[in-house]
Design a protein around this ligand. Structure first.
Ligand SMILES: *Cc1c(COP(=O)(O)O)cnc(C)c1O
Length: 470
């Protein structure tokens, strides 16, 4: 049985922890006046994705590509070998993926969705099911565009923002097995496993669960592909919470976890600490040959896949920096620091605190706003209006429409995500963010919902526009 969740105080002892780096270069930021923020919000159609970055004070829209690179990574930029074919930086990247993730064959891509596209097209036959531990926006879309049918097999606890289960990312093996029995193993393309689970609030998968998943899938001859985007953070939670892992390093835990899967795709813009990049890695030689052939059609040659040589060098170095225990501890520690501040004021958010951000529970924040009036979108807009802090919607807008019925998908979780970029903001920024959220919370009863006035066909949350309901 997994141990219960430790508080930050228990984990780090009574003394303070600090980031294992210091700042060498700074980028000025500024706060617009309230009138300017009102105008910017109106012009952006109340969608934080449509704000200009210059109009944002503290930017917690996403942790994707927004991290700070180290001096070693910047030095690596100067070592870019910009050869069309066979760049030495590719071989460095390949070696880093093999060393730390343990997969045999590596295909570089421009970012995560490039890898999702290749894998989905290569292994999903139209009409096949793709079970996964909660959906992710781009992942599910690529699976659907390849003719797949996504089926959520995450444990029920993941859909409850107040449930303190230590591994809310776990696959419900009974749900998965009953799907396999219902449709037949030959109609399952693969299991789409994500660690940590972004849409559930950055919640981890336990080692016990992936091991049992491997056994189940072996019995039916089904493959497991891993969305490794935030696996370093997942490894940290295993180290902290799972029996037998307290003395293992993040690197050891990561490699063991990956060993139970058949391959992985990666948005390197997240925990590989670069501003752009991605990769896909598999153990099957035949599949690798297919993917390596497809990459030249959609991304670029198989030794750059849409990245420049310098991008690949920074990525190879980033992989190694991101598996360091002190780095991951400080990373998750900062997210928890913000969570602890909000907890003091009883502000509702997803618990336990996940790996990459705080997910405000908009249903409990704005109980008077019906889901069809987009409470999480409203909260993101109100937070920007109040403070210049940018967050994003992870609720009904992000969930999109059911491809069959055309109706909104109505997820149980209606969340506003504050994603913390890696190595970018200080504790003082977190204090400011917490106070901004408190101010919006105090004014919660006056808030009114939104109406969607423009809706794009794919991934609508990026470009949809709204108007306030008066
Ligand atoms: C960001 C993300 C992706 C997609 O990667 P991009 O680099 O944005 O294309 C896939 N899965 C998860 C869990 C992500 O967070």
């Amino acid at each position: 049985m997994p141990r219960t969740v430790k508080t930050m105080g228990q984990q780090f002892g009574r003394r303070s922890w600090a980031e294992p780096w210091k700042i060498k270069m700074v980028e000025p930021i500024r706060l617009l006046s309230r009138e300017e923020r009102e105008r910017a919000l109106r012009e952006a159609g109340y969608n934080t994705f449509l704000l200009r970055s210059e109009d944002v004070y503290i930017d917690l829209l996403t942790d994707s590509g927004t991290g700070a690179m180290s001096d070693r990574q910047w030095a690596g930029i100067m070592l870019g070998d910009e050869a069309y074919a066979g760049s030495r930086n590719f071989y460095h990247l390949e070696e880093a993926v093999r060393t730390y993730y343990g997969y045999r064959y590596v295909v570089p891509t421009h970012q995560g969705r490039g890898a999702e596209h290749l894998l989905s097209q290569a292994v999903i036959k139209p009409g096949q099911y793709v079970p996964g531990n909660m959906y992710f926006t781009t992942t599910r879309l690529h699976q659907e565009l390849a003719g797949g049918i996504f089926e959520d097999v995450i444990i029920d606890e993941a859909h409850d923002p107040t449930n303190l289960h230590p591994f809310k990312g776990d696959v419900d093996l009974d749900k998965l097995e009953s799907l396999i029995r219902r449709v037949g193993a030959e109609n399952i393309a693969y299991v789409s496993l994500a660690g940590t689970v972004n849409m559930a609030g950055g919640q981890p998968v336990s080692m016990g669960n992936v091991r049992a998943l491997r056994e189940l899938c072996d019995r039916y001859g089904i493959r497991i592909y891993l969305d490794a985007t935030r696996m370093m953070e997942n490894a940290f939670f295993i180290q902290e919470r799972e029996e037998g892992y307290a003395d293992k390093s993040i690197a050891e835990i990561l490699k063991e976890f990956c060993s139970y899967t058949d391959g992985a795709w990666m948005s390197a813009k997240k925990d590989n600490l670069v501003n752009i990049g991605g990769w896909l890695a598999v153990n099957d030689r035949e599949l690798f040959d297919t993917l390596r052939n497809m990459v030249v059609v959609y991304e670029g040659l198989h030794t750059y896949g849409g990245m420049s040589g310098r991008d690949m060098e920074a990525l190879a170095i980033g992989i190694e920096e991101a598996v360091q225990d002190d780095y991951v501890r400080a990373r998750v520690g900062q997210v928890r620091y913000l969570g602890d501040l909000l907890d003091n004021w009883d502000i509702p958010f997803v618990k336990p605190v996940g790996g990459h951000g705080i997910f405000l529970d908009a249903k409990r924040f704005y109980p008077h706003i019906p889901q069809d009036q987009f409470p999480a979108q409203t909260l993101a807009a109100e937070l920007y209006r109040e403070s210049g802090v940018r967050s994003m919607e992870r609720g009904i807008v992000s969930a999109g429409r059911d491809p069959k019925t055309g109706d909104h998908r109505r997820p149980a979780l209606e969340l506003t995500r504050l994603a913390i970029p890696r190595r970018v903001y200080t504790q003082a920024h977190m204090d400011v963010v917490a106070e901004a959220i408190k101010a919006v919370y105090d004014a919660r009863e006056q808030a009114k919902g939104l109406r969607m006035v423009y809706e794009p066909k794919y991934l609508r949350f990026f470009q949809a526009r709204f108007e306030p309901i008066e």
